[in-house]
Design a protein around this ligand. Structure first.
Ligand code: E4P
Length: 218
C-alpha cells in the first residue's frame, strides 16, 4: 500500500519524505489556503524533491475550465496528477485527460455508485472521503470495502483506490486490511504510526540499563 502525504506544508513534506515512507502527495484548495503560500510555487517546490504522484486540484467547475487548468497544472511536472471533482463535467474531464495520458484523481467521492462511474471514466485514482462520512454518522470504511469489491469484480476497471479524509490510525490499518491501493495521510496521523506506549517504555528501560553499565558505543 502506498502512503501519500495529505498536506501543502512543504517543510512538513520535506521532513517526512526523508523517512522513505512517503510515496506521493495530495493537496486541495483548502490545504493551499491553510499554507498561505502560492499554489504554483508550492507545487513546483514539492515536485522538485518528490518523485511520486502529486495531486493538484482544479478550481473550475466547467469542462472547458477544468481542461485548461489541468493542462496548465500538468506542465509543472510529469508526476502532477490532475484532481477533479466528482461531477458530470469532472468525469468528462477525467475521460479527456485519459485520452491525453495525463493522470487524474477524482475527488469528493462519497458513494459506491460515484466510485463505479469514476472508474468507467478512466480516473487514475478515486478519492473516497472516509473521515467526512464518519463525521455525519456513516461508516467511511464500509464505503472502501464496497468500492474494493466492485473494482475486484471487474478487473478491466483500472482505477486505484486512494483513501482520503483520513483522521486516525484505524483508517490506515483498515485500508490496508481491505487492500486499498493508497492512503493519503495528514502529517499528524503519519507521525502517530510510530507511536506505541510499549516502544517508549521499552526504550526508556534499555537506555537506563545501558547507563548503569558506564559504557559508550562511540
Ligand atoms: C485529499 O485528497 C482530500 O482532499 C483530503 O483528504 C480531505 O480531507 P479532510 O476531509 O480532512 O478535509
Amino acid at each position: 500500500m502506498k502512503f501519500f502525504l495529505d498536506t501543502a506544508d512543504t517543510d512538513k513534506i520535506r521532513d517526512l519524505y526523508s523517512t522513505g515512507l512517503v510515496d506521493g502527495v495530495t493537496t486541495n484548495p483548502s490545504l493551499i489556503a491553510k499554507s498561505g503560500k502560492d499554489f504554483f510555487e508550492t507545487l513546483r517546490e514539492i515536485s522538485s524533491f518528490v518523485d511520486g504522484p502529486i495531486s493538484a486540484e482544479v478550481t473550475s467547475t466547467s469542462l472547458d475550465g477544468m481542461i485548461k487548468e489541468g493542462e496548465k497544472l500538468s506542465k509543472i511536472g510529469k508526476n502532477i496528477v490532475i484532481k477533479l471533482p466528482l461531477t458530470e463535467d469532472g468525469l468528462k474531464a477525467s475521460n479527456f485527460f485519459y485520452t491525453k495520458k495525463i493522470s487524474t484523481n477524482v475527488t469528493l467521492c462519497f458513494s459506491p455508485a460515484q466510485a463505479l462511474i469514476a472508474a468507467k471514466s478512466h480516473a487514475t485514482y478515486i478519492s473516497p472521503f472516509v473521515g467526512r462520512l464518519d463525521d455525519i454518522g456513516e461508516n467511511g470504511m464500509d464505503l472502501i470495502k464496497k468500492i474494493k469489491t466492485i473494482y475486484d469484480n471487474y478487473p478491466e476497471l483500472q482505477t486505484k483506490i486512494l483513501v482520503a479524509s483520513i483522521r486516525n490510525l484505524d483508517h490506515v490499518i483498515e485500508s490496508a486490511i481491505i487492500g486499498a491501493d493508497v492512503v493519503t495521510i495528514p502529517p499528524n496521523v503519519l507521525e502517530m504510526l510510530y507511536d506505541h506506549p510499549l516502544t517508549k517504555k521499552g526504550l526508556e528501560a534499555f537506555l537506563n540499563d545501558w547507563k548503569s553499565t558506564n559504557q559508550s558505543i562511540l
